[in-house]
Design a protein around this ligand. Structure first.
Ligand SMILES: [Zn+2]
Length: 462
């Protein structure tokens, strides 16, 4: 096992094993013969089925091999037992829209895009029980592909590498130069071929004029990108804002969207198109609109879990943004926009469209609230009218499916043992996903205490 300089769970396991202070429930990952029975928890499978109120499930090495009602499972001799009575277990989350590397403390700059910062951010997702993330088109150079190949502990790092837009018209500053700027179909196809050679997990395109401040990616160019991507077996996810762009991208064969429609109400024509394409997904990304949606400081701003990974300055910046000094007219407009967005998500959900979880964390609107935001996104999905069970399916099974992660997304036989142990039931109150008792990834308990110490021990983040 490799030990790396930042404390990921792999390194922690080595330290823990070396000093021999194992409690009954801490085990080194992939120890030979390691079999554990987890008993007594309410088990939320993550597929929308009714929870198993008093469950038992077996984890062998890094895999879930059996689940049953308690007493319905013969544990092999020598299996460890972990009593989870009174707890709730749900699958680890998957966040299909984040931007790694630019945020560090209160700074936001391309100079932060280092291996060390990428790994630290992955640890932050791991801490909150996010088992995989997609870097949505703002990767820089070879580094994201190298880190993807090397980072074998904790959260999985998926990357779209560099996305596509018109020149200097893609993601917000300081991420803007990460995208390929293309102006001809031949150039678009050539860059897709270049990117496809690195095996991106998706391809990201920006189709947005940002309130008429930049040039929107032209339809002939996104058609060339989508066609070339599909030739290479890679799917395309589009950043959009408008209903008309969503429709034309569907005509062009796009695979999914990085946001919901925001300019107008979703209409019957769009829904009819989506009925013809049941595989199309929306990663709805409500966290970026949190200030307008909450219209004031949310209750979770005072939860202790924020202080476990964020400095006082970061929490203040997050809290202050909810206290806007905007004019009544501006406030009214932002409220109407937020209500339309939530209505559109509700409409897509009612139509049975596949919704996934994304946050834009690390980007311009997302801020540096890695992992925490993924949990708040669940609460925002419930504000949009999803039931807690539907929000959990979006955040687990659907997002894993969107990213092609067939070992993640549910607590079921054959899946990787990546799950959250919660102190309260999120089906009663979705905010309970933040009452995290333990996180397991790949069959091993994440040493959250060591991570917390690392972040607390550091000099105040700049
Ligand atoms: Zn984004």
């Amino acid at each position: 096992m490799r030990v790396r300089s930042t404390i990921g769970i792999g390194a922690v396991a080595v330290v823990v094993a070396a000093v021999g202070t194992l409690s009954a429930i801490v085990q080194p990952p992939r120890a030979p013969g390691a079999i554990t029975v987890f008993e007594g928890a309410r088990l939320i499978v993550g597929d929308g089925s009714r929870p198993i109120e008093d469950s038992a499930f077996l984890v062998e090495h890094d895999r879930i091999t059996r689940i049953a009602a308690k007493g319905g499972l013969q544990a092999p001799r020598g299996a460890r037992r972990v009593d989870l009575s009174g707890k709730t277990v749900m699958p680890a989350l998957v966040d299909a829209h984040v931007h790694l590397g630019y945020r560090k403390g209160l700074t936001f700059t391309a100079a932060n895009y280092t291996r060390e910062n990428l790994l630290d951010i992955l640890d932050r997702f791991t801490y909150y029980g996010v088992a995989a993330i997609l870097e949505a088109g703002t990767g820089r150079g070879e580094l994201p592909f190298q880190v993807r190949a090397d980072a074998r502990s904790g959260a999985r790092y998926l990357t779209a590498g560099r996305g596509f837009a018109m020149p200097n018209a893609g993601p917000g500053v300081p991420m803007r130069d990460a995208a390929y700027g293309v102006t001809t179909e031949a150039e678009a196809r050539e860059k897709v071929r270049e990117l496809a050679g690195k095996k991106p997990d998706l391809i990201k395109i920006w189709v947005d004029d940002r309130n008429e401040t930049v040039e929107k990616l032209k339809p002939n160019l996104y058609r060339a990108i989508i066609d070339e991507a599909h030739t290479h077996g890679v799917r395309v996810m589009a950043h959009i804002a408008t209903l008309e762009d969503a429709k034309d991208l569907l005509r062009a064969g796009v695979d999914g969207f990085a946001h919901a429609v925001r300019d107008r109400d979703v209409d019957d024509e769009l829904l009819a198109m989506l009925r013809q394409r049941r595989d199309v997904f929306f990663v709805v990304t409500l966290w970026g609109e949190r200030n307008a949606i909450y219209q004031g400081p949310p209750a979770w701003i005072d939860e202790p879990i924020l202080r476990e990974t964020l400095s006082a300055g970061e929490i203040k910046q997050l809290a202050d943004a909810f206290l806007t000094a905007a004019s009544p007219a501006t406030l009214q407009r932002s409220l109407e926009n937020a209500e339309r967005l939530l209505r559109n998500v509700a409409t897509l959900n009612a139509a049975g469209v596949k919704l996934g979880l994304g946050t834009d964390t690390g980007g311009v609107t997302g801020g540096g609230y890695f992992g925490l935001a993924s949990h708040v996104e669940l609460e925002l999905l419930v504000k949009a009218g999803l039931t807690p069970a539907q929000a959990i399916v979006a955040a687990t099974r659907n997002s894993a499916d969107i990213l092609g992660l067939d070992r993640l997304g549910t607590v079921a036989p054959g899946k990787s043992a990546d799950f959250l142990v919660l102190d309260a039931n999120p089906l009663d109150n979705i905010g309970n996903t933040r009452k995290i008792s333990k996180v397991y990834m790949k069959g091993a308990e994440v040493d959250r205490a060591a991570m917390k110490t690392k972040w607390a021990g550091r000099a105040p983040r700049p």
